[in-house]
Design a protein around this ligand. Structure first.
Ligand code: GDP
Length: 194
């Protein structure tokens, strides 16, 4: 190991030290403009800066968080610069992902429809035990809201997904989103050693 590549289909926990130090591939999916890059930059750099978009498709940002049980989770967050919009490239993008964060904009019903498309796609073709999160972003724009909390939450519940509304602009629920995802990761090595 040590090539920097993800090992196995999703959560890497091959060695003793890795049991408490998970490394996971996370992909963001959703319509262009819903705020995927802004969510990543808010989480990784603590900034809201729409002008400093991650540009190159092949690169990823990573961020490690510690959970209360002293497990650490290193998220390797893939930013595609929109490549996932080409149907043929999408499977390359989400292959091996332990987590898919599917984002819509609460002011855009079209983006909510597109999110539902991605949910179906990932349920069919994603990693078998993939953690799916549905995120209604731009929650700060409540006066322009066109997708209700109930609609988002109801859809997520029906599909067994984690749901949260966020604002990359105000930072509302951004860290919580990733913490809740981390808690939901399958951790076979941990449960078998306790
Ligand atoms: P992406 O195409 O999904 O990666 O979307 P971006 O991250 O580039 O965001 C698109 C635009 O939406 C940016 O110009 C931001 O100004 C805006 N945006 C992103 N997140 C938020 C948010 O939480 N609230 C508001 N009001 N605007 C946001």
């Amino acid at each position: 190991r040590g090539s920097g590549r993800l090992v196995g289909p999703n959560v890497e926990n091959g060695g003793a030290a890795d049991a408490k130090n998970l490394r996971v591939k996370l992909v963001l999916l959703g319509d262009s403009g819903v705020g995927k890059s802004c969510i990543v930059l808010r989480f990784v750099r603590g900034q809201f800066d729409p002008t400093s978009k991650v540009t190159v498709g092949a690169s990823f940002l990573s961020q490690t968080i510690a959970l209360q049980d002293s497990t650490t989770v290193k998220f390797e967050i893939w930013d595609t610069a929109g490549q996932e919009r080409y149907a043929a490239l999408a499977p390359l993008y989400y292959r091996g992902a332990a987590v898919a964060v599917i984002v819509y904009d609460i002011t855009s019903p079209e983006s909510f429809n597109k999110a539902q498309y991605w949910v179906k796609e990932l349920q069919k073709h994603g990693t078998p035990d993939i953690v799916l999160a549905l995120v209604g972003n731009k929650a700060d724009l409540h006066e322009k809201r066109e997708v209700s909390v109930q609609d988002g939450m109801g859809y997520a519940e029906k599909n067994g997904m984690f749901f949260i509304e966020t604002s990359a602009k105000t930072a509302d629920n951004i860290n919580l989103l990733f913490e809740e995802i981390a808690k939901r990761l399958p951790r076979p090595a941990l449960s078998s050693s306790s």
